[in-house]
Design a protein around this ligand. Structure first.
Ligand code: BDR
Ligand code: CA
Length: 307
């Protein structure tokens, strides 16, 4: 079974990504690492614990806290999309206990050394923890099997600024380190996640257990946001899609390109530049998702969460 670590800033779609991985039966989750992103580090950790409690796995899967802020920038939260508690107001009354399990970058290094060549890290948040781990242990390049990253907007507009996608925008310096690490990377950008959407009808099909109920409660806010901003009552499955692709690569067609991140521009910070036409003549470093079978993925999500 695939060994995975999931790195999250648990907002609504991260929560669904965790649910998908945990219920899929296709991977062994060695741990979940948290980082500041959609919400503060502490809130992301609380939310992750709540999601694991829903699954009855709060004592089984470790949650390890990481960076409280991006490498050099201030935190940038996304309450407008994910609501004040990051879960669209869902699970507000659930109490969870936070346990000190160490520091996320160290946990990544430890696990990678223990399971050399076996671990897939799924990153659905700003890349701060991964960058810190790479800085501390350059051998990670040989120890980790692959990274699957939700982030970037390659041939599409951004979702925080016209140029940048949230996870890369929040910590572009970290993204630069990770993109140039030499690790095999699959990048799941807005180009494929924004066309992979969930509707009220799909959510109805998931009803029947507490997971379906949670999805319904948490996505109500998310759907309102999409209706208001994008003019469609269908929400993008950014983070769940990254999890889905990590578990089943046949959901996407990919191609390797040179991809870099802008870090020094007033208008374009966090922009992911993909050299589609090989103008820079640089060695391709990232496997970019070009096409996705959204319908098959949404069915996989519904069936898995309904189980
Ligand atoms: C990404 O930003 C966050 O708000 C989501 O959780 C997702 O990881 C999409 O741009
Ligand atoms: Ca996220």
């Amino acid at each position: 079974m695939k060994k995975v670590i999931i790195d999250v800033d648990t907002g609504i779609d991260d929560a669904m990504g965790i649910l998908l991985a945990a219920k899929s039966g296709l991977c062994d989750i060695l741990g979940i690492t948290t980082v500041c992103g959609n919400v503060s580090l502490e809130q992301a950790t609380i939310n992750t614990k709540k999601v694991l409690t829903l699954l009855g796995k709060e004592n089984e899967i470790k949650v390890v806290q990481g960076a409280t802020h991006p490498l050099v920038r201030k935190p940038f939260y996304e309450f407008g999309v994910h609501g004040d508690n990051g879960l669209g107001g869902a699970l507000e009354d659930m109490e969870v206990e936070l346990i000190d399990e160490g520091f996320a970058p160290d946990f990544i290094i430890e696990q990678a050394e223990k399971h050399k060549g076996e671990i897939t890290i799924i990153l659905t948040a700003p890349l701060t923890n991964m960058a810190l781990a790479l800085r501390k242990q350059p051998k990670l390049k040989e120890w980790i099997k692959e990274l699957v990253i939700m982030g970037g907007a390659l041939d599409k507009a951004g979702n925080v600024t016209p140029a940048a996608e949230f996870n890369i925008y929040v910590d572009p310096e970290a993204a630069k380190i990770v993109f140039h690490s030499g690790l095999p990377i699959t990048l799941v950008s807005l180009d494929v996640t924004e066309i992979t959407t969930l509707s009220d009808e799909d959510i109805e099909k998931m009803q029947g257990n507490i997971i379906g109920e949670f999805v319904k409660n948490s996505t109500a806010h998310y759907l309102d946001h999409y209706e208001e901003v994008y003019g469609r009552r269908k929400c993008s499955m950014h983070d769940p899609l990254a999890v889905g692709i990590a578990l089943d690569k046949s959901l996407v067609k990919t191609k390797k390109f040179y991809v870099d991140v802008e870090t020094k521009s007033e208008l374009c910070d966090g922009h992911t530049i993909c050299d589609f036409k090989n103008k820079l003549k640089k060695e391709p470093n990232i496997d970019v998702c070009l096409e996705v079978d959204s319908e098959r993925f949404i069915n996989m999500l519904i069936e898995t969460l309904k189980k």
